[in-house]
Each structure stands twice: as structure tokens, then as C-alpha cells.
Design a protein. Structure first.
Length: 524
């Protein structure tokens, strides 16, 4: 399984794009589809227009020919007509029939000579002709062209049997019609009338029209094949720009899921501004965040194990000692140690539980407007009422109402400020003063907590916010502090898009100054 998901190269050069890098995927797919369809429609429309123009020209020629020859045939004597029409038919390839005013056929160019065209039987032709006729029908259906009627010689060859002659009598001008022979080649027939009522009918099986149209269709077929090849190339282009980077991203995500590699390189594709580039960078950022979170969880688990071992070892030693000690005073001392260890474990477990769920709670939290003035005043009052400050005093300079307002979770913000207060009180000397101030400066709200303790060494100002880092002053209650308070405070502040830091006070000989910066809420 692992071998199938390992990328052979971390090089992203084969995933980069040049001129098309700024096209969205929707535009690329639409361009490919529309280009192929547009070229196909253009080919069909061109062929249909070409065929219609060719047929119209041949119909016009046939009508003009009938109109010119009709008076000339009427002017000749009856014995001359057949010979004259036979010669005209041999020159033009058409069949000429002349009808007297009562509709009787009196002259025919095929009488006494060879027929000038032959209506071929499809059953005697090769299969290639059947395929060509099938394409003809399909093309007519595609362009919505109705199939012309079949050309059938009338059993009684008289003028009324021909619709062209009847239409010419109604309209008073020459008329042409298109029918098809059994092999679907066009038969063009035209009728022209003379003033005395006689009529000339010209019929021709113009196979050249079919040959020309089919030759043009063959040329367009070659063009369509080229279009298809071009479409394949465009599909390969889409595969390169879409499928291949997605496959690489999927392989990288699969490797992250397997977790067999410490660092999985996910292509970021910085040069691409389309959806694939956004997805690549999102997955890369997600994998890095996931790796960082996993590392934090592993480090947290290791720290928890280490921190639990000390009170557990002390508790076990005290419990084991009770079985071997008979001195009541020593027994009471061991019981006191065990009680302190239990208190320490209880506080440690509570703090560990709170630290573990802080990030998750903030990720799901819905923030509200919080006025930090009343919130901090309530915390300061609570510390005084609990009398947990020892000899330390707490002073709070409350800001004007609705000036120090942020968006957040009130209970979480109170927990963060309370942790800083707890730290300041524990390091304050007897009778020391802990000062709290909150104010809005520009687009942020700053909370300042000053104490009069020894301050924080410069090399430890970052470490004190790490989990389980605790350097307590002498005499501080055993088990009172787990080393998680400041770490929880930082997690809460950062979860509110804020920052927290510590420096030495610049207005007193000694002491630490903790500063919390939070984005100010928009003014109501």
C-alpha cells in the first residue's frame, strides 16, 4: 500500500502552467466543449448551405433551359422535333419531352436514340454506396431537411401526370421540382409552357450534385477528424491541468493519512491562481497544521505523563510507608503527604482537562460583545472576597463604560485574566500591589497587569507560557500550581486573535508586566 502512494518526485515543475494558469477550471472545460461543438456546427451549416446553393443553381439552370427551348421546339415541325430534341439531350445529358396543348406526348429525346441517364438500382451497387446513402439520410435528419419524394415515371405519360406542368399552368411561369432516384441521387425536372398551351418537360438525373456534396462531406470529415484529434489534445491538456495535480494532491493526502512519513511535501503550486492552486495551498496548509497539532498532542501527552509521575510516585511512597511505620506522628506525616499528593493530582488533572479542551471549545465558540471593564472588576472583587491574595492588594482602574469592548467568550476571557492574576498574586511580596488596567488604543484593547514581584528573566519570558513550566516562589502552597495556567491563558488569548507577552515594569524598581492585546469590537 505504501509503495503505491509514494511520490517519485517532489518537483512541481510538471504541474505548473504558463499562459493558461489564470483560467478557472470552469472556463477551460467550457472552452473545450464549446470549441468542439462550434466547429462541428459550423461544418454542418457550411455543408447544408453548400448543398442548397448547388441545388438551387442547378434548378435555375434547368428552368432557364426549359424556358429557352420550349418556343424553339414549338416552332419546329413534327418530324423535326424528335431529332432536334435528341441532339439537345445528348449535349446536355437531360431528357426532353414535348406535349401538345391537349397534353399528349408528341416528341421525346429518347425516341430513336440512347437514354441520356439511367436510374440505378441500389441492389446492384457496392456496400460503400449504401453507407454513403445512410450518411445522406443522417445529414438530412440532422439539418431538418425533409426527404424529397421518389421519382417515378407515370404509367400514362401525359402532361397532367406531371405536377411540374400543372404548377406551371397555375403560375404562368416555368417551374422546377426535385425528386430522388432509387439510389437517392437527385432528379431535377422543369416545365415551361408556350402561349398555345404546349409544354416542354426537362428531366435530368444530376449525379454530379451528389458526387460534389459527398466529396465536400469527405473533406469536412477529414476536418472533423482533425477536430477530434484537437479535442483529444485539449483533453490531455485538461488532464495535465486538472487530473494530474489532483492525483498528486490525493497521493500526498493519502500519505498524510498513513502517517508513515514525518514530513509529507504537498505541492503548493504558487504560480496557479485557479481552483487547483487554491486547493493545493489549502491542503498544504492543512497538512502542516495537522502535523503541528499532532506534534503538540504528542508533546502534551509526554508532558502529562511526566507531570503525573511525580505526585504518583510520592503518593505511592507515602502509602507504602504507612504499612511499615508504627509511629503515630510519622503516620500522620505520611497521611498529610498523601493528602497533599491527592490535592495536587486533582488540580493537575483538572488543569490538564481544561487545557485539552480549550482549543476545541474556542474553535466552535460563537463570540459576543464583551465589555472587559465590568468583567475584570468582578474578577478583582472575587479575589478580595476569597481572601486568596494573602497580603497582596489588587487595584483596578476601571475604564469608561463600553470603551474596552471585544468580541469573545466571557468565561474564557475571564479564565485567561484570572490565570494572569493568579500568577501576579503568587509572585507578589507581602503587602505588594497588583495593578490592573484596561483601555482601548486604536483598533485594539490592551489589558495590563503589573505586580511588584521579582519579574521574569528575559530568557524565560517565552518559556513561562509553555505547558507544565512552573518556577514557583519559596513557600508557595504545594500542589497549588500545575504549570498550565499561563499556557491556558495564551491559548485563550490567541483563540481570540490576540497576543500576550511579559516584560519588566518601566515604572517601578521591580515587577513583571503582562500585556494582553485583543482586537477591539466595532463601536455599536
Amino acid at each position: 500500500m505504501a509503495s503505491a502512494t509514494v511520490s517519485t518526485s517532489d518537483d512541481e515543475s510538471d504541474l505548473q502552467l504558463s499562459w493558461s494558469g489564470r483560467w478557472t477550471l470552469g472556463y477551460r472545460i467550457l472552452a473545450v466543449n464549446m470549441l468542439t461543438i462550434a466547429l462541428f456546427i459550423a461544418a454542418v451549416l457550411y455543408l447544408d448551405a453548400f448543398r442548397d446553393r448547388l441545388v438551387n443553381e442547378r434548378e435555375q439552370q434547368s428552368r432557364e433551359q426549359a424556358s429557352l427551348l420550349a418556343p424553339a421546339v414549338a416552332a419546329r415541325s413534327a418530324p423535326e422535333r424528335n431529332a432536334w430534341l435528341r441532339d439537345a439531350g445528348q449535349l446536355s445529358g437531360a431528357r426532353f419531352r414535348f406535349y401538345d396543348p391537349d397534353g399528349t406526348l408528341v416528341a421525346d429525346s429518347w425516341r430513336g436514340g440512347q437514354p441520356t441517364y439511367e436510374l440505378r438500382d441500389p441492389a446492384t451497387q457496392r456496400w460503400t454506396k449504401d453507407a454513403a446513402r445512410a450518411l445522406d439520410r443522417a445529414f438530412n435528419a440532422l439539418v431538418g431537411e425533409p426527404n424529397p419524394p421518389d421519382f417515378i415515371e407515370p404509367a400514362d405519360d401525359r402532361a397532367p401526370a406531371w405536377a411540374e406542368i400543372a404548377a406551371a399552368r397555375r403560375r404562368g411561369q416555368s417551374v422546377s421540382m426535385i425528386r430522388v432516384a432509387p439510389d437517392l441521387t437527385p432528379v431535377i425536372s422543369s416545365a415551361a409552357l408556350n402561349p398555345d398551351g404546349s409544354a416542354l418537360l426537362v428531366t435530368e438525373n444530376d449525379r454530379q450534385i451528389t458526387r460534389t456534396v459527398r466529396a465536400q462531406r469527405k473533406n469536412l470529415g477529414v476536418v472533423l477528424v482533425a477536430i477530434s484529434l484537437f479535442s483529444v489534445l485539449l483533453s490531455l491538456f485538461l488532464a495535465r491541468t486538472i487530473a494530474r495535480p489532483l492525483r498528486r494532491l490525493a497521493l500526498a493526502a493519502h500519505r498524510v493519512r498513513l502517517g508513515r512519513s514525518r514530513e509529507v511535501k504537498v505541492p503548493r503550486l504558487p504560480s496557479r491562481t485557479d481552483e487547483i492552486g487554491l486547493l493545493a495551498r489549502a491542503i498544504s496548509d492543512m497538512s502542516q497544521s495537522l502535523r503541528q497539532r499532532i506534534d503538540n498532542i504528542e508533546a502534551f501527552a509526554a508532558d502529562v505523563t511526566h507531570e503525573l509521575k511525580n505526585p504518583l510516585a510520592s503518593l505511592r511512597s507515602a502509602v507504602d510507608g504507612l504499612d511499615r511505620v508504627d509511629d503515630p506522628a510519622l503516620q500522620r506525616k505520611l497521611i498529610g503527604i498523601a493528602r497533599d499528593d491527592v490535592v495536587r493530582l486533582d488540580r493537575l488533572i483538572n488543569d490538564i482537562s481544561e487545557a485539552a479542551r480549550t482549543d476545541a471549545e474556542l474553535a466552535r465558540a460563537r463570540f459576543e460583545r464583551v465589555d472587559l471593564g465590568p468583567l475584570i472588576e468582578q474578577l478583582a472583587t472575587s479575589w478580595g472576597q476569597r481572601r486568596e491574595t494573602g497580603d497582596a492588594r489588587i487595584a483596578f482602574a476601571r475604564p469608561r463604560k463600553a470603551t474596552a469592548v471585544v468580541m469573545g467568550k466571557p468565561d474564557r476571557l475571564a479564565r485567561a485574566i484570572n490565570a494572569i492574576l493568579d500568577n501576579a498574586v503568587s509572585f507578589s511580596p507581602p503587602g505588594g500591589l497588583v495593578e490592573i488596567a484596561a483601555s482601548r488604543i486604536g483598533d485594539e484593547v490592551r489589558i495590563r497587569i503589573d505586580d511588584e514581584g521579582p519579574g521574569v528573566p528575559e530568557d524565560a519570558r517565552e518559556a513561562i507560557f509553555n505547558r507544565f513550566h512552573s518556577v514557583r516562589p519559596e513557600g508557595d502552597g504545594f500542589g497549588r500550581h500545575s504549570g498550565l495556567g499561563l499556557a491556558i491563558a495564551r491559548a485563550i488569548v490567541e483563540g481570540h486573535d490576540g497576543e500576550i507577552d511579559v516584560h519588566d515594569r518601566d515604572d517601578a524598581p521591580s515587577g513583571a508586566r503582562f500585556t494582553i492585546r485583543l482586537p477591539a469590537a466595532d463601536r455599536a
